[in-house]
Design a protein around this ligand. Structure first.
Ligand code: ZN
Length: 310
């Protein structure tokens, strides 16, 4: 079975301004890098659908969705200091959601084994009621809820972006069937992700935050995955694994302070892919989140994708 790659030139139309780290060049440099790979033609390429408001409202308040659409109709602006939008941002964000949903559909019908939603804007900081931290709609959270709607009961989300996935955590904090794990630099933006935050109500014990000191390197990071995350996956036995893949934990990244190498991301992907094959028939969807050093990002995504393809 194949690996899906859901991406679109339309994501380049989400304009954030030339000095913003979450710029369109991020995606174009990745596309340039992977286009020349010989395996590129073996991937199942997907031009993502535009997710409907109903699908987006699986995770977001209708009032926020309406407000977002209204905002872009009157031009460009800012949700907050970090999060600019432009006239095509609503459609780009809706397609970014659609990328995850399209891969999910194809995995559910066994057309694909796994896939990468190569999207922007990213999603893991977006909370139910508003955009934040470069993120508009929470792509991974919406896909998890969509999978649940389609009969998948247990889903494990692992977020290895250098920043804590506060939006995703919020979506599933009280949920016992979706296990949310995050490794992230701490203390760091957005300030959440303490190890004592473990979920609430029926979801208590189904959130695992692993804060990491700045300068954490490959050895320590991989050890953390093997010793803390793999046992959780073994114990939880998910039917699907979703990854918030942020490559801003790379040692060259201008925003993050962790020291992961491109080789390190390769190893991380291998460990998780092998675990997915063992536990849940390889069913795994990866979502591009951060990563702001253009060359390191392109290389890391290329490596990540080549491992997923296997
Ligand atoms: Zn990040």
């Amino acid at each position: 079975m194949k690996t899906g790659l859901a991406t679109s030139e339309f994501f380049l139309k989400h304009e954030t301004g030339s000095s913003h780290p979450e710029c369109k060049e991020r995606l174009s440099s990745i596309l340039e890098k992977i286009n020349v790979q010989s395996y590129f033609k073996e991937l199942n390429l997907i031009e993502p659908r535009v997710a409907t408001r109903e699908e987006i409202s699986l995770n977001h308040n209708k009032s926020y969705i309406t407000e977002f659409e209204k905002k872009v109709n009157s031009g460009s602006g800012y949700f907050d200091m970090d999060t600019p939008y432009s006239k095509d941002s609503f459609l780009a964000a809706s397609k970014a959601v659609g990328a995850g949903l399209d891969i999910a559909d194809k995995i559910l019908t066994s057309e694909l084994k796994n896939g990468l939603a190569l999207v922007r804007p990213p999603g893991h900081h977006a909370v139910k009621e508003h955009a934040m931290g470069f993120c508009m709609f929470n792509n991974i959270a919406i896909t998890a809820k969509y999978l649940q709607q389609n009969g998948v009961k247990k889903i494990l989300i692992y977020d290895f972006d250098v920043h804590h996935g506060n939006g995703t955590e919020e979506s599933f904090y009280d949920e016992e069937n979706i296990f949310f794990i995050s490794t992230h630099q701490f203390p760091f933006y957005p300030g959440t992700g303490k190890s004592t935050d473990i979920g609430g109500g029926p979801g208590k014990g189904f959130t695992k935050n692993i804060p990491l000191a700045s300068s954490t390197n490959d050895t320590k990071f991989i050890e953390t995955i093997k010793e803390e995350i793999i046992p959780i996956i073994d114990n939880f036995q998910p039917e699907f694994i979703l990854l918030s893949s942020g490559f801003d934990a790379h040692k060259l990244d201008p925003l993050g302070g962790l020291e992961i190498s491109t080789k390190g991301f390769e190893k991380i992907t291998e460990i998780l892919k092998n675990k997915a094959e063992e536990i849940c028939k390889g069913r795994m969807i990866s979502f591009l989140e951060g990563g702001y050093h253009l060359e390191a990002l392109a290389e890391s995504v290329e490596t990540h994708l080549s491992v997923l393809k296997g």
